[in-house]
Design a protein around this ligand. Structure first.
Ligand SMILES: NC(=O)c1ccc[n+]([C@@H]2O[C@H](COP(=O)([O-])OP(=O)(O)OC[C@H]3O[C@@H](n4cnc5c(N)ncnc54)[C@H](O)[C@@H]3O)[C@@H](O)[C@H]2O)c1
Length: 252
């Protein structure tokens, strides 16, 4: 393991589970520390304690601008700044459009697009004041291909790819912003769906994996590896881009 993140501070929303948590684990393993931000304070603090290396847990609903601002301010006060950020907070809800009213659609857009915007808005000036930084946003393969019963989530994720491109221009020259679009990944979000479809995890994983050219789902750590590439100086000349990490699901 290299030490790409020695003394770096990561601000991660949705950090208490899945892809966010796996990314914090990698950053800590490579010498960094993290502010783990999630809906529930006790869970965020428990994950931070498990990560060690000075990590802190904070609560914020990313849909609420003032809560994100307060979490950024608390991170700067307690950890001295922010060098890296991952906007991974999100929820998945599916169903035919006839079942969605505008309030429910707006909530989906506010958590995903609004939440990503709030993170970029408040983290970017902190990074600029330090001279550099790297932010990663999270879209989905749903931004690029249509699935049944997926209009609001797919629209929100497509919006994040556009937000990333637009914001990355504004954040230059000090800050890079890139996006990862995961395919089917085993996390807290997909576990209930897998059990619902397959009856148990093993069968659910088989069913979800069958439609992927690699014949399996991805792991949170495989997504974290790609995210850490963008976060690190290995990606020092890349900004505004979206990388699809999906075991080949979108290649044909
Ligand atoms: N797992 C997949 O297959 C998959 C595929 C494509 C995209 N994604 C995206 O990856 C990101 C991470 O999801 P995951 O799979 O790790 O799921 P997860 O459920 O394991 O983790 C998501 C975390 O976000 C938190 N969260 C949800 N809403 C929040 C809010 N409003 N404010 C703050 N925190 C909030 C949850 O409490 C949870 O801890 C999400 O944006 C998701 O849409 C996941």
């Amino acid at each position: 393991m290299s030490n790409r993140f020695e003394n770096k501070v990561l601000f991660v929303t949705g950090g208490a589970s899945g892809i966010g948590r796996a990314t914090a684990q990698r950053v800590v393993a490579e010498g960094g520390t993290a502010a783990v931000v999630d809906l529930d304070l006790a869970t965020a603090q428990a994950v931070a304690a498990e990560l060690g290396n000075g990590c802190i847990g904070l609560s914020a609903n990313v849909a609420d601008e003032q809560q994100v601002k307060a979490a950024v301010d608390a991170t700067v006060a307690q950890l001295g700044g922010i060098d890296l950020s991952l906007a991974a907070a999100g929820h998945a809800e599916f169903g035919p459009s006839a079942e969605w009213d505008s309030a429910r659609v707006l909530k989906m857009l506010q958590v995903h697009i609004g939440g990503t915007f709030h993170v970029c808005k408040y983290v970017t000036p902190v990074m600029k004041s330090r001279g550099n930084g790297s932010i990663v946003t999270i879209a989905s393969t749903a931004a690029f291909m249509a699935n049944n019963n997926n209009v609001p989530y797919g629209a929100a994720k497509a919006g994040i790819t556009g937000l990333t491109r637009q914001f990355s221009l504004e954040a230059l020259p000090e800050v890079r912003i890139n996006c990862i679009a995961p395919g089917r990944t085993i996390t807290g979000m997909t576990t209930p769906l897998m059990i619902q479809r397959g009856g148990d995890m093993e069968r659910g994983e088989e069913i979800f994996g069958a439609g992927i050219p690699m014949k399996r789902m991805g792991t949170a750590d495989e997504l974290a590896a790609a995210i850490c590439f963008f976060l690190s100086q290995d990606a020092s000349f890349i900004t505004g881009q979206t990388l699809i990490v999906d075991g080949g699901e979108t290649i044909s």
